[in-house]
Structures are given as C-alpha cells and as structure tokens.
Design a protein around this ligand. Structure first.
Ligand code: NOJ
Length: 534
C-alpha cells in the first residue's frame, strides 16, 4: 500500500509549463509569470490541479534557465518576486499546487559562487566547484565537446556536464549541500508544494567507476535535501535515469526520505534510434513497457509517473501516433497513459495534439543543444540532411510558443516572439480545438475530469487484461465495487473480444454509441464502467 501522502499524489494532474513559451503578458515576446497566472483558469478547466514550472530563476539563459545565476530571484524577462507571490496565491486560491524546477547539479558561470570560486585556489568558495590542473578523465559534455574547460582567471580546468557556462557544483563540499538545502527551504517557505529536480543522479559523481552520475554519496545528498522535517510534506520528482527496480526503490521507496517519484524514460525511445534519428516504433512497444512498469511499481508500493512529453524530446505523437489519424491516435495515447495508475504529467501543447514543426534553416532554432548538434552534423552530412535531423529531434519542437489560436503569433504575444511560432499553428491550436465538435483537447479534458470524479481511476488497482505484444491494449482499474475497463486499439482495424467489456461505454473517440459488435476502428478507444456485485 502507498501511505497517505504518496497515495494523495495519485490524484495530481501536473501540467508542465515552459514559461518562456506559454503566454506573454507584456508584449516583449517572452512568456512570463503573469502570463501563467492569467491562464490558470484555462488549466483548471482542463482538469489540471498542479503546475511544474520550468526554471524561472535569474539566468543568462545559455540553457533557457537551466543555468541559474540566483536561486532566490526571478529571471528579468519573467517578472519579479512579487509576480511569483501572485502566482503562488492565485494557484493556492484555486486549490492548485506549485512545483518548481530545482537545478542542483550546476549553476550558471554568472552565479556569485562561481564568480568567487574562480578568483583563487583559496577563497571561501574555492571548493564549490570541481577544479583541476589537468582534466582527470575524458568525460564529454552533454551538449558536445569536453566536459572540462580552462578558466583563465583561476588558471585551472573546471567540470561542466552541460555547457561551459554551466559549471558543476561540488557536492562533496558540505557547504554546497547546505546552500542548496537553504534554497529548498526558501521556496518551501514561499509556498512551493514540490520540486522537479534536474539531473538529480548527477549530483554525486562516480569518479572511480568513470561515470558522471550515481556516485557513492547520491542517497546521502538526496536525503540531506528531502529527508528533513521541513520537506516532509512536499512532492518531489527526480529527473533520474535509474533503470532497475532496486535502483528505483533506493530513490523513491516510501521509507527512504528521498523522492516521491521519478521519471523513467525508457518509453521515450520507441520510434527513434537516437534523439535525432527516427526508427520505426510501435504502440505495442509502449504497451509492453507501461504494462510492466505500472504493475511492477504498484506491486512494489512505489509511485509511478505517467508522461509522454517534456521540454527535452520531440512529441511522442510524432513518433508513435499517426499524422493521418492525428485526433484518433492522440486520444489513443492519452487514454493508454493517463488512465494508468500514477501521477500524471501533461506537457504544454500535448493537449492539443501538437506535431513537430518543420523549418529549413538553423536560424529558426534557439536551443544550445540543437545548434551545437547541427554544427557537428554538418561536418558529416549535407546541411539539408542535418536539418532533417534537427527538425525531428530538436528540443525547440517543444519550446515554441503555445498555440492559443491561429493568428500571426499564435495568440502568444502582441510583440515579436523570441522564437518563431510553430509552423503548424494554423491547423493545431486551442481555439480551433475548443470550437470543434470533437478534438484532442476535449478528449484530454474528458480524461482528466473522469479521473477526478472516480477514485478507481486514481487510487484504484491496475490490472492488465491484454497480454504483452498485442496490437491493442486493455486493462482494468478497480476500487471498491467500481471497475473501469480501458480498451485502446492500435493502427489496424480488428475485432476484439475482451472479457469484461460488458459495462457501460463512457468514453470513446468514435462517438458514445453503445458497442453492438466487437469491431474496433484505427486507434479506437473505448472505456467501460461497471459496478461489481458480490
Ligand atoms: C535536463 C533538463 O531537462 C534540460 O533541459 C537541461 O538542458 C539539462 N538538464 C541541464 O540542466
């Protein structure tokens, strides 16, 4: 059994906001906190009860806020601390929660700690980062090139797992642990209800094993942050690449004083050979994966996280759905995922079934990873071929302004957007989805509201009905005498005779007409509800 606290998270519907691209309230072309506040009623209507705000702290934006220059202040473009307080109050008055993005592995090189640290080998901040006379290994930065850069001021190399402007903090220094603890406390006192923690597995390095993560002190550090009275009540989700059950348990076991849940990323890799290279993938692979994990997490009293998209990966709909059946396949993925047992994360734009945009030049991109990758690819292939890869895998696919409507700047800003709006925003936008007779948006809203109305769909038991390797998925969710059966057909139309499909049809993407035969159309979703007797 999950304890009361963890159990309550099963009802959280968390919407991931990428503030820079959500809604611009002041016409400078950049989304902001007041813009998020302005749209809370929209989110509430969708069925959302919490938001995860990507980093909004002071930052020179080399990596769009994942390079923090001051953890206790707001990025100029996003507003002020007063705007943050207004957002928190506006959320809480609607009974919604705030999850902040904590970036503890690295700071910006503009952070005071780094500015001081680089001055000499013996100042109060000198050991806040990893400094070396010569690089101790050949670790590579996640954004390309060596993970070590030479600093002229100090005359030494420092470690940066990401861009050179993102030096890694040295957690082996107890002062660093205290600093980040104080940051956590600061935001808990401000009213944050939780944190998403950026690359948490990297805060302890395994120098001996030659890997830049899962070091020997990882759990000690996580406990130092979240195993305290002060943080007892909050929700935490780790960006953590733990793969094995035992490793997952060490991070999120209810008795560990560590995290509430973590993102497991395996299912994002179906449909691609690597981030920038497509490869055929299937919903059957997705079913095999979620079927296994939802059951395994439940049986091991661990909290599962359900998500399909985020700000770092191209749309799942593009990789596993169908352009021809955009509406049907988006609904199919939504029902498969969000009727599972787990805490739900929806990424902005997913609810209107966004697909990847397409651009012909790299000038239309802003992301440091995409630009570095493009330059590296151009050394090996033609610019056209390189652009194909960027269009497929760029993180900017997710980071373009939210398409509120089909006007010039998608209703996002009255100014000039910081990045060109989505090339498909005339076809895919919220206004259109709202006005249509049926739309991806309406289906997401229906699913989220259904979850809110029925404990069977939040805390209820998950049981797979379809076996592995099927070209459809089927499972039940049960609580007390209420049971739901979820059936999602994949691309091939077929007859499906499923035990228990006797209840009342309450959700479908092909019209709510009682099923009189066993025929399922492409990507058809049918959700049945029944009362169990005896
Ligand atoms: C993971 C974040 O999700 C990504 O956007 C960022 O670039 C890296 N961590 C570095 O902070």
């Amino acid at each position: 059994m999950l304890n009361e606290k963890f159990n309550s998270f099963l009802s959280w519907h968390i919407y991931q906001v990428y503030p820079r691209s959500f809604y611009d309230s002041d016409g400078d072309g950049i989304g902001d906190l007041a813009g998020v506040t302005a749209k809370l009623d929209y989110l509430k209507e969708l069925g959302i009860n919490a938001i995860w705000l990507c980093p909004c702290f002071k930052s020179p934006n080399v990596d769009n806020g994942y390079d923090v220059a001051d953890y206790r202040d707001i990025m100029d473009e996003f507003g002020t601390m007063a705007d943050m307080q207004k957002l928190i109050d506006a959320l809480h008055s609607r009974d919604m929660k705030l999850i902040l993005d904590l970036v503890p592995n690295h700071t910006s090189d503009q952070h005071k700690w780094f500015q001081e640290s680089r001055k000499s080998k013996d100042n109060p901040y000198s050991d806040y980062y990893y400094w070396y006379d010569t690089p101790p290994n050949d670790w590579q930065s996640m954004f390309g090139g060596s993970a070590y850069s030479f600093d002229e001021v100090r005359g030494q190399y420092y470690l940066h797992s990401y861009a050179p402007q993102q030096p890694d903090l040295n957690w082996e220094n107890p002062k660093v642990v205290q600093e980040i603890q104080a940051v956590v406390d600061f935001w808990v006192d401000m009213g944050a209800d939780g944190f998403r923690i950026d690359v948490i597995d990297q805060i302890s390095k395994d120098f001996e094993g030659n890997r830049n993560c899962f070091g020997p002190h990882l759990h000690e550090y996580i406990q130092a942050l979240f195993g305290r009275k002060k943080t007892e009540h909050i929700f935490t989700v780790g960006e953590c690449w733990a793969g094995e059950l035992e490793e997952i348990r060490r991070h999120i076991g209810q008795d560990r004083g560590e995290l509430s849940t973590l993102f497991q990323f395996g299912h994002l890799n179906y449909g691609r050979a690597d981030k920038f290279t497509p490869k055929p993938g299937s919903l059957t692979q997705l079913w095999n994966c979620i079927r296994y994990w939802d059951e395994t997490m439940q049986n091991n009293e661990l909290l599962f996280s359900v998500f399909t998209d985020n700000h770092d990966n191209g749309w799942m709909l593009e990789r596993l759905g169908s352009r021809q059946y955009r509406y049907e396949s988006a609904c199919c993925i939504a029902a498969m995922m969000y009727l599972l047992r787990g805490v739900c994360f929806v990424y902005q734009g997913q609810e209107i079934g966004m697909l990847n945009p397409s651009y012909s030049t790299i000038e239309q991109f802003r992301d440091v990873e995409s630009i570095n990758m493009y330059q590296a690819l151009c050394k090996e292939m033609s610019p056209e071929r390189a652009m194909e890869k960027i269009n497929f895998g760029s993180r900017d696919n997710q980071r373009r302004p939210f398409c509120w409507d089909g006007t010039k700047h998608a209703g996002f800003t009255t100014g000039t957007p910081w990045i060109p709006v989505h090339s498909e925003c005339k076809t895919c936008n919220l206004e259109k989805d709202r006005a249509s007779e049926k739309s991806v948006w309406q289906f997401y809203r229906d699913i989220l509201h259904l979850r809110m109305a029925h404990p069977a769909l939040t805390v209820g038991r998950f049981a797979p009905v379809a076996p592995r390797d099927t070209n459809y998925c089927a499972f039940t969710r049960t609580e007390g005498d209420e049971q739901f059966l979820v059936v999602c057909n994949f691309e091939t139309p077929q007859e499906l005779k499923i035990d228990g499909a006797k209840g009342k049809l309450i959700l479908s993407n092909y019209g709510l007409i009682e099923k009189t035969n066993h025929y399922y159309a492409p990507y058809e979703v049918a959700v049945f509800r029944r009362t169990l007797h005896g």
